[in-house]
Design a protein around this ligand. Structure first.
Ligand code: PGA
Length: 257
């Protein structure tokens, strides 16, 4: 049996105002109350401006909150940025690091991803490290090399890998927000590459206990097929997470949420 329980994380990206976030949380709580099966492990990463609203509205629900990004430094003259320490103080339990939109729209490189992951661990919050190949890299047969390099660099600054809590998300860039989902063999292969690499750099135990989520056009319609794929420990959900009922249906496809 797997030592890992699945985790379902909503990444709202730059969507939902604080008022809309409150409505979302109420709908999620109503769905959770109606659930006739064990409550799954859920996380939500709202925009920073809605963080406190979400924290209050989900208090006591067991849903953990996180952020979509952080700066690598603890404090300083970095106008517009937020540090992992600040997120920890605002009750964040995890932070996305290296999301493909950060990498490709905001020019974040592997080195910054690694420094941010280390900053999160230093602040006591779990980095949810996203990796994934672009379509042209997949077509050129470079997926294993891209994933290995991204993971290597993302873990480079973590001093005590064996005791750090972290989660990975395999998110092929071509599947994010496109409606195109990677197929089972692509997902299985990518997750196996990442787990093999984890064994190499962090040891068997960390590799066995670290969750690897899949992300990229996950919906309630395809979640049931994706969940049993070997090595998939949950999902990072963008578009489909903007509706609380759909988010919950991804986590419990059979429940009438
Ligand atoms: P998507 O986004 O579910 O809308 O494809 C996933 C993500 O970017 O994490």
């Amino acid at each position: 049996m797997s030592a890992r329980s699945p985790w379902y994380v909503a990444n709202w990206k730059m969507n939902l105002t604080p008022s809309a976030a409150r409505v979302w949380c109420e709908a999620l709580r109503a769905g959770l109350d109606r659930l006739q099966e064990p409550v799954p492990e859920l996380g939500v990463a709202p925009p920073l401006i809605a963080l406190d609203t979400v924290r209050q509205a989900l208090r006591g629900s067991g849903v953990v909150i996180g952020a979509q990004n952080c700066h690598a430094e603890a404090s300083g003259a970095f106008t517009g940025e937020v540090s992992a320490e600040m997120l920890a103080d605002a009750a964040c339990r995890f932070v996305l690091v290296g999301h493909s939109e950060r990498r490709h729209l905001f020019g974040e490189n592997d080195e910054e991803v690694g420094r941010k992951a280390a900053a999160a661990v230093r602040a006591g919050i779990e980095p949810l490290i996203c990796v994934g190949e672009k379509e042209e890299q997949r077509e050129a047969g470079q997926t294993p090399e891209v994933l290995s390099r991204q993971l290597d660099r993302a873990l480079e600054y973590l001093l005590d890998l064996r005791s750090a809590d972290l989660t990975l998300a395999y998110e092929p860039v071509w599947a994010i927000g496109t409606g195109r989902v990677a197929d089972a063999s692509q997902i299985e292969e990518a997750h196996a590459i990442l787990r093999g690499k984890l064994v190499e750099i962090a040891g068997e135990k960390t590799a066995r206990t670290t969750r690897i989520l899949y992300g990229g056009s996950v919906t309630p319609q395809n979640a049931e097929k994706l969940a049993p794929i070997e090595g998939v420990d949950g999902f990072l959900i963008g578009g489909a997470s903007l509706d609380a009922a759909r988010f919950l249906q991804v986590a419990c496809p059979r429940a009438r949420c």
